[in-house]
Structure formats: C-alpha cells, structure tokens
Design a protein around this ligand. Structure first.
Ligand SMILES: NC(=O)C1=CN([C@@H]2O[C@H](COP(=O)(O)OP(=O)(O)OC[C@H]3O[C@@H](n4cnc5c(N)ncnc54)[C@H](OP(=O)(O)O)[C@@H]3O)[C@@H](O)[C@H]2O)[C@@H](O)CC1
Ligand SMILES: [K+]
Length: 511
C-alpha cells in the first residue's frame, strides 16, 4: 500500500476536487468514517461523554461532520469545543458548523484565558476526538493549539485522532504532538505516522477508505510503501505441489568462526523453515562439529581455516560450491580482519548467485564501489551501526537521516538494502522505500539479524527476487517476533524464538 507525504495527500485531495469530486462530499465521507469508528468502540455507549477539539482547518471540519453523525445516531453527551468562533470558519468548515447548529450539537468556543478550567472539563470526557490540526500544519504547533495538545497529553483520557495526531509532521522534530490511542487516518497512511517517532504518537492506526478515486493519484509519484498482510501473501513464492528439493532452491551460507557457530545455524534453520529445499553452510573446519550437532537438516562444507576463521585459501572451493546454489548468504559470524576482507572482496566479484550480504560481510566492505553497480544482485542488510561504519559516520547521524542514506546507497550502488531498526526500511534499486510495519523491541537481540537473512534467503531460493524477498522477509521476521512477544514477553525474546514462531507467522499471512 501507498504511504504518502502530507504534500502528496494534499495534491491527491486537490486533484480529486478538480476532477469533480466536491470537497464537501470528501469531508462528509471522511467525517462519517470517523464517526463510524467511534461508534464501534466497545468502551463507549450513547451516554458516553465524547468531546471534540475542533481547529480551523479541514481536520476540524471532519470532526464537525463526525459529531453531527453521532448526534443523529443517538449519542447524548457530545460536546464540541472550537478553537475559533464558528462564524470565523471558512468555506465547507463553516457549512458544517452551520449544519451542526441546525442539529443542536452542543458547541462552544474555547476561552484561552481559562485553560485551567477547560482542563477540568476535558478530564470528564470518556474520549477526546482530536480534530485540532491535520496534514495542513506548518511548523511546530503554536498558540492555543499547542496549549491544548499539552493539556490533552497531561490528562489521562483516551484520544482518537482524526487523520493524524495534531502537531505531527515528519519534517519537524516537535514533541508538541497529541499522543493518541487510536488514529483514524483518511484515504492513505502518511509517512509521518508510518515511521518512528511519529508512529509512537498514533497508537493503533485505522486507514479509513473515503472512496478517493484512483484517477486522483495520477499526478503524484509516491516512493514510500508499506506491505499489508494481503500484499505479503500475494508476494509469497508459489509452491508447486509436484516440487522437489531442487524446485525449492538451494541456499549457501558462508560464515561462522570460532565462538560464532550459532549465527550460521540460525540463518540456516530460518532458510529451511521458510521453505528452502536445501541449505549448505560453508564454514571453518574448526566449527563444523558444533554446527552439525545443532542442526540435523543442514549440510556442512568444511573450509580451510586460520585462527578459527575462514582462510583466504578457501576462495576457490567456495566458488565451486556456490555454482550449484540459487542464493548465497555471506557474512553471519564471519569475523573480521584483513584476510576476511580480502575474501569478501573476491567473493563479491566472483560469486554468480544473488548475494545477501549480512553482518561481518558488511563490516568488511571498504567502499560502496565494491558493491558492483553493474549487476543488481546484492541485498545488504545492515543495522544502523553497520551502516554508520559503511558511511564512516555516527549512528545518530544515520538514524536522523535514514531515508537520505538509503537513497544515496541505492543511487551509488544500484543494489537493494534493508536498514534494520524499530521500523526497518527496505530501499529498492529503483528508488522506492518500503517501511516494515511488523516487529518489536524484543527482537533487538543477538542473532535476530541472522534469522532475517535466513528468511530472505529461503524466499529467494524459492524464486522470489532479492528485493521482494527483502520486503517479505522483514514482514515475516517482524510478525514472528510479534507472535513470540505476545505469547512470552519482549524481555525474554531470543533469536531462536523467531525460528520457533516462523511457521505461525507464515500462517498468519496465508490463512
Ligand atoms: N486526505 C484526504 O483525502 C482528506 C483530508 N481531509 C482533512 O483535511 C485535513 C487537512 O486540512 P487543512 O489543509 O485545511 O489543514 P489542517 O491540518 O486541518 O489545519 C490547518 C489549519 O491549522 C492552522 N495551522 C497551521 N499550522 C499550524 C501550527 N503550526 N500551529 C497552529 N495552527 C496551525 C492554520 O490556521 P492559520 O494559522 O493559518 O489560521 C490552518 O487553518 C486533513 O488532515 C484531513 O483531516 C478531509 O477533510 C477530506 C479528505
Ligand atoms: K488531528
């Protein structure tokens, strides 16, 4: 699904109106959708105190429509608090204000001199409907709107935000933003609410279909996307009933070092549980026994080693093995050092199958030139630390400018990337960025990345291209983490749990 910038959403809105969709009907549909969501909340009934905060823009207009519908549906205790007098509203907002008056919706203008009293009033609400500011905000929230945001966040009343929590925008770093429990977003998800920290302010997000015509999108060129469950199911590789091991692909994992046998095992098991036909791990001879004793279904290929790591002497043997493979995962537990860096450099040049470059595989890359722009065949899976090293910068710098770094990486290398994090971003070679909606902080645990690489590898082995595999693997990986955290908790989650819950995660998508 699309994830739009506020400016793109506004352009779609404008185009719909120019194409002949009357603005007042758009607002009517939007407001009614909001009312419908309020009406379905279990904790409310028609005696509940539902208080609306209404700003001077169309976000407030949506709120007025919602209030009017709830009144019609028998809600008795609605109160509408206006940021400015209804007579001063313009256009369709004024129209909706007038209709509310006709229908005797209780409305009053907020007295900015009596905010202490107003706080007490708001405290009596069962729910506050936030229609103060929407996507038309410019700069950080100011004036009375900012004061009201402060008050709402200070009292403990549930908040439903219309479209976007008031004050939120991706472009500024303001903390004057309503912390909503539920956000009913109109037409499309906005980028500010799809990624952290914005996502944190939205609570649960419901996307309300307001019947925006497809033609209204023709002038925008969106580059942000998010996978829905349905889309994830559609992306999954088809499994033919008559398939055999070969059909479902062969994954080669190159990695492991003394003390780091677990990483390759985790990646291998994840690839198998994702459906790969066969997994081979090429590893230093010194740890072959460890891996064999962990994983019965995995084939091992012992390589010449030095100091517990794969030796450069192993290069030809690895290339030989890799020729029979559909995909290579290069890097888990590989270790670092000059010889490893040389090995990786050579492998990147010589390996024929597509490569998922992970962990130490990434750490040994000296500059982006090594990632061969001529062929699209590498999926890089760095966490912010690995990305910072790649760009010779700091982690905060990467975190602040994630989208820019991904765009730069894709432009310079032509390869795909998963920048891991609370909301992993997947940058594709044509410039699109997918934001991953699944996952939780419990997954920030050793080995979690190895499992992700393994899932992606299993998908590529079954025929998915590297880029789609990156998107779907992030989704499934996060879902496995969410299911594991739900059954256990976010403290105790370990990477092995992600593999245990992989089948359930896939079920949650296909069933
Ligand atoms: N997506 C869709 O398809 C549809 C979208 N719709 C809805 O339209 C909404 C967007 O509406 P919008 O453009 O009128 O802007 P909105 O956010 O309500 O407020 C702007 C007002 O706030 C003010 N203001 C600005 N910055 C401020 C600040 N920093 N601090 C304080 N105040 C500030 C500014 O007032 P001014 O200061 O200029 O007097 C201006 O009047 C959108 O979120 C959705 O709810 C639906 O109706 C139909 C379908
Ligand atoms: K709002």
């Amino acid at each position: 699904m699309l994830v739009l910038r506020s400016t793109e959403m506004a352009a779609v809105d404008k185009e719909a109106i120019e194409l002949g969709y009357p603005e007042i009907i758009l607002m009517e549909t939007a407001g009614r959708s909001v009312a419908r969501e309020i009406d379905t909340l279990d904790e409310l009934d028609n005696q509940s105190d539902i208080y609306f905060l209404i700003g001077g823009g169309n976000n407030g207009g949506d709120g007025l429509v919602a209030a009017r519908y709830l009144k019609e549906w028998g809600y008795k205790n609605l109160k509408v608090f206006l940021l400015k007098p209804g007579e001063n509203l313009s256009g369709i907002n004024r129209d909706n204000y007038n209709i509310c008056r006709l229908q005797d919706v209780e409305m009053e203008v907020i007295d900015s001199e009596k905010l202490n009293e107003f706080r007490k009033i708001l405290n009596n609400a069962d729910i506050i409907i936030d229609g103060l500011l929407g996507t038309g905000i410019t700069g950080d929230a100011r004036g009375l709107a900012a004061d009201l945001i402060g008050i709402v966040n200070d009292i403990s009343v549930n908040v439903l935000a219309i479209d976007i929590p008031s004050g939120l925008s991706l472009d500024f770093k303001s903390e004057t933003v309503i912390r909503a429990d539920l956000t009913v977003t109109l037409a499309d998800l906005k980028i500010a609410q799809a990624v952290y920290p914005g996502r944190y302010y939205c609570g649960e997000i419901i996307i309300a279909d307001i019947g925006m015509p497809a033609k209204a999108y023709r002038k925008i060129r969106p580059d942000y996307f998010m996978l829905s469950n349905q889309e994830a199911a559609r992306f999954l590789p088809y499994r033919t009933e008559t398939g055999h091991k070969g059909t479902f692909g062969k994954v080669l994992i190159i990695g492991g070092s003394a003390g780091m046998a677990g990483s390759v095992s985790l990646a291998g098991e994840a690839a198998l549980k994702m459906g790969a036909g066969m997994v081979t791990i090429a590893l230093p001879a010194a740890i072959e026994h460890d891996v064999n004793s962990h994983s019965r279904e995995i084939i091992t290929e012992a390589l010449p080693d030095e100091n517990g790591k794969i030796s450069l002497k192993a290069l030809d043997k690895i290339i030989n093995i890799s020729n029979k493979m559909d995909l290579v995962i290069l890097g888990p537990g590989l270790g670092q050092g000059k010889e490893i860096a040389e090995l990786v450099e050579n492998l990147l040049k010589k390996l024929k199958p597509p490569i998922i470059l992970d962990a130490d595989g990434i750490n040994t890359v000296r500059d982006l030139e090594q990632l061969d722009k001529s062929q699209k065949k590498i999926l890089l899976t760095p966490h912010p630390g690995e990305m910072a090293r790649l760009y010779d910068t700091t982690i905060p710098e990467i975190l602040e400018n994630r989208f820019d770094y991904i765009k730069d990486f894709v432009e310079k290398t032509g390869q795909a990337i998963i920048l891991k994090g609370a909301d992993s971003l997947i940058g594709l070679s044509e410039g699109e960025i997918f934001i991953n909606p699944t996952g939780n902080d419990g997954m920030a645990t050793a080995g979690s990345g190895d499992v992700l690489a393994g899932i992606a590898g299993g998908l590529v082995a079954q025929g998915l291209d590297l880029e789609k595999a990156g998107i779907v693997a992030s989704f499934i990986h996060g879902r496995a983490g969410d299911l594991a955290a739900e059954d256990k908790n976010r403290y105790s989650l370990v990477a092995g749990d992600l593999i245990v819950y992989l089948a359930e995660a896939i079920n949650s998508i296909i069933k």
